[in-house]
Design a binder for this molecule. Structure first.
Ligand SMILES: [Zn+2]
Length: 142
């Protein structure tokens, strides 16, 4: 069994946090692209050391102690033109940015394995190249 095959097999048997830790141990470059928010993602202690980048909606705690979630894209100043994603975040645009950042010497980026479960993940899936993988969560409307 090759290293990558073992990672996928174990991921199916473990919870998501364990799968992230295992993929990191195997040397995978792990990035988050989530329509959740910083507050939700950062509360998962123990995973931050496994992640090289987090792309999500920023948030602040206001003077009344309320959590305020801000859009990733400033859709008030310009539209990004995607009809699949919500106005706050287009995962396809962010994936294109990631692809460009990991491309080396004008060559295609590394092989990507994208895990998702919703319509914005479908948008990102449309940006994947031949040889990349889209792993959809069972019983979710990707
Ligand atoms: Zn989109």
């Amino acid at each position: 069994m090759r290293k990558g095959q073992m990672t996928l097999l174990c991921a199916a048997q473990l919870n998501f946090a364990s799968a992230i830790k295992l993929a990191h141990a195997f040397g995978c470059d792990l990035r988050v692209l989530s329509a959740a928010n910083e507050f939700f993602i950062l509360k998962h202690h123990g995973l931050m050391d496994c992640l090289s980048e987090i792309n999500t909606n920023p948030c602040i705690i206001d003077e009344q102690g309320r959590l305020r979630i801000l859009p990733y894209h400033d859709f008030h100043s310009s539209s990004y033109g995607c009809t699949i994603c919500p106005p706050s975040m287009c995962k396809g645009l962010i994936l294109e940015k990631i692809q460009a950042s990991v491309a080396t010497d004008g060559k295609k980026h590394k092989q990507l394995i994208y895990v998702g479960d919703g319509a914005p993940d479908f948008c990102a899936g449309l940006k994947l190249d031949e040889g990349d993988f889209l792993m959809a969560r069972r019983d979710f409307p990707i």
